[in-house]
Ligand binder design. Sequence first.
Ligand code: SAM
Length: 291
Amino acid sequence: MSDSFHVPDAPRPGACVQSPRAKGEPRFPHGPQADPAGSHFERRIRSFQPRRSRVTAGQAEALRRLWPQWGLDIDGSRVLDLTDLFGNGNPVVLEIGFGMGEATAQMAAADPDTNILAVDVHTPGQGNLLSLTERSGLSNVRVANGDAIILLREMLAPDSLDGLRVYFPDPWPKKRHHKRRLIQPEFLTLAAARLRPGAVVHCATDWEPYAEQMLEVLTAHPAFENTRADGGFAPRPAFRPLTRFEGQGLDKGHVVNDLLFRRVPHEDRPEPRDNPEQPADRHRHQPPTGA
Ligand SMILES: C[S@@+](CC[C@H](N)C(=O)[O-])C[C@H]1O[C@@H](n2cnc3c(N)ncnc32)[C@H](O)[C@@H]1O
């Protein structure tokens, strides 16, 4: 008689998960659900390429187990209460495009009194960051799945953010794709509406034409001012670890530029200027020298 109860071998660490799923059945029943392309909202040019990515067994396990606790689906259904989301009233910094999340976890560990709302559409990265968060015993990271534009526009209240980090956004080097670049005037206007006065927008890129574009649009935007007295790029501040994508760029000989711009006080609600010696994310980090 044949053995009808075949018990599969335990997945090897790093192995790709290929569990059979019925059509329409969610990939991770208790994991990220929102459609990353946000196609249920609107037709719009996106700054990312939706892709079906290989998820390792470890990442899948982290998604299944930790998503209900630390995950957030960007479905545009409500405005978030960030105090409720993090369980405290500490300042919140949004990081757009954390990739595999190593730098995010390091920054969260170095600054436990700042909450990081980390958003990406990349499922393996979401699983990886959840794992890192658990392994490092962090309680100040939440992992959001979906398009950061919808998160900013539909789910974050005015003045709710104390900082914004965009490290090595997709460079979209071809001219016909430039419209997909994240850092554009309209994006900055949306971000400005969610950032408190004094909050710092911190961008970094290894693609020099994009760095020039970032400097141009940030400098021209009335809601932001350069923390650098010379109006230029900043050296990498000590609080920003090297990121995975940055390492690949450096291996190719690329030059990395950081930009740190401060949200100026609202025109209609003037506030006292933050002390320039205050941290870059408004509360903690020192701006780079020359700021
Ligand atoms: C080039 S990778 C850089 C990842 C990481 N910051 C690093 O330096 O290694 C850019 C990331 O941004 C994400 N991304 C781009 N546009 C996004 C958006 N609108 N919302 C959420 N994530 C986005 C992509 O999925 C990708 O993982």
